[in-house]
Design a protein around this ligand. Structure first.
Ligand SMILES: Nc1ncnc2c1ncn2[C@@H]1O[C@H](COP(=O)(O)OP(=O)(O)O)[C@@H](O)[C@H]1O
Ligand SMILES: [Mg+2]
Length: 259
């Protein structure tokens, strides 16, 4: 029996009266490059926060490599790294200090922390700026710093919430290269996006969430088959169909008044 890298088991989260995520069921096998897609406000960040132990579900639970997040949080969190949505980095530190701090938090000794920090700075192309304060960094540099910090303990599962949001093309390329390299080492990558271009190129499978509910899941060819769409159908078309069907929008119907 496979142990899934990431499992969502009946995850639900309410905020006052609003249901942000409703009865979400997911099972991601190890080694996948998994795209968690959906429009703004769909519930992606809320789901990721529940999966990584930052937000308590109203109902249901999450497992990372088979370990229940809410029964055994320390052990579950040791398996994962996360690039969160709002980057809350310590502006008064430089990148080198921030990444080392993450290593210390995960209990690495100082020699190992130093070695890995230097390698990660190199990998992210941050070595030349490593002694500048994070407050003076661009968004792309901040994301790379946060990604380096998320990787220092060599997690088996990496979560990234909108990793390419507001990132310049050079940093985007650097992040993509790192992700592809990680994938070759067997790391499971779970990333959210409302932009489909990267997902189409890289993902081995995707799930689409809309208004808190899962509306499609599978590999891109599987989604095509289910939608009875041809090989040329893009992920964007499939996405719009999945989300549109949920909202009762007939394709071709909207904006008809524009002529
Ligand atoms: N802390 C919160 N308090 C109240 N409502 C929230 C909170 N966080 C998220 N929501 C609501 O839950 C829904 C899903 O949000 P979110 O998970 O951030 O979506 P996404 O990441 O897909 O854009 C939205 O309607 C959002 O306004
Ligand atoms: Mg979000």
């Amino acid at each position: 029996m496979t142990t899934f890298a990431v499992e969502a088991i009946g995850l639900r989260r309410e905020f006052d009266k609003k249901i942000a995520v409703d009865n979400l069921q997911l099972a991601v096998p190890p080694g996948e490059f998994f795209g968690f897609l959906g429009p703004n406000g769909a519930g992606k960040s809320t789901t990721i926060k529940m999966l990584v132990g930052l937000l308590r579900p109203t109902r249901g639970t999450a497992r990372i490599s088979g370990i229940d997040m809410w029964e055994n949080p320390l052990e579950a969190k040791r398996q994962l790294g996360v690039l969160p949505e709002g980057l809350n980095l310590y502006d008064r530190l430089n990148a080198r200090e921030f990444i080392r701090f993450a290593g210390t938090m995960y209990g690495l000794d100082s020699a190992e922390t130093k070695k890995r920090t230097d390698e990660l700075l190199e990998l992210m192309d941050l070595a030349d700026d490593a002694d500048k304060l994070i407050i003076d960094y661009s968004q792309g540099m901040r994301k790379k710093t946060a990604l380096a910090a998320a990787l220092i303990h060599a997690p088996r599962v990496l979560f990234l919430d909108e990793p390419f949001e507001g990132v310049d093309v050079i940093s985007k390329r650097a992040i993509l290269d790192v992700l592809q390299r990680l994938r070759r080492t067997g790391t499971t990558i779970f990333f959210s996006s409302h932009i489909l271009e990267v997902a189409e190129r890289l993902c081995t499978s995707v799930a689409v969430i809309d208004a808190g509910k899962l509306v499609a899941e599978g590999t891109i060819p599987e989604l095509r088959e289910r939608a009875q769409a041809g090989d040329e159908t893009t992920l964007e078309d499939l996405f719009l169909r999945a989300v549109g069907a949920q909202n009762g929008i007939e394709s071709g119907d909207s904006l008809a008044w524009l002529g």
